[in-house]
Every structure is written in C-alpha cells, then in structure tokens.
Design a protein around this ligand. Structure first.
Ligand SMILES: [Zn+2]
Length: 84
C-alpha cells in the first residue's frame, strides 16, 4: 500500500465520483476528499465505507496524488479545523 504521509490525522483520498462523470470514460476521480486516517485504515482492513469531512461516504480505493483537486467542501472544513 502506498500512502502519502502527512503530519496531521487527516488525509485526502480519491473519491470515484461518477455522478458527473457521464462521458469521459476514464477512471480519474474529480476530487479528493479529506478523510480521517483512522477511517482509511479501518476501511482498508474491513472494507467499510469512510466518511469525508464534507459528509461524503464512500469506500477507500485509491490514495491522493500530488496536484489532484480537493473537494471544496472538505478543504473549507479542513482549513477551519486547522485554524487557531
Ligand atoms: Zn469532500
């Protein structure tokens, strides 16, 4: 497993969002969502769904890659959590 490390307990993972992906035919997700690391581990082990900061629930399938777009809702919530 290749997981991008960070110093926080929150990571981005790919969400294969197919709702708006009706014609491209590739499997490139549009957004990454912020998900708690513990949830990712649990999903990887148990195959359960994870819930992103924005409330999206989906199974973990891929890890985030540098430069990938991040879900705007997740990003806003994430920044709010980090702000002190
Ligand atoms: Zn999100």
């Amino acid at each position: 497993m290749n997981i991008v490390s960070s110093s926080t307990a929150t990571k981005t993972i790919e969400h294969p969002d197919t709702r708006e992906n009706t014609s491209t035919g590739d499997d490139t997700p549009k957004f990454f969502h912020y998900v708690k690391k513990d949830s990712i581990v649990e999903s990887a082990v148990n195959g359960t769904m994870v819930v992103a900061l924005c409330g999206e629930a989906f199974p973990v399938r891929k890890q985030a890659k540098p430069g990938s777009p991040v879900c705007p809702d997740c990003e806003r919530i994430y920044r709010g959590l980090r702000k002190k």
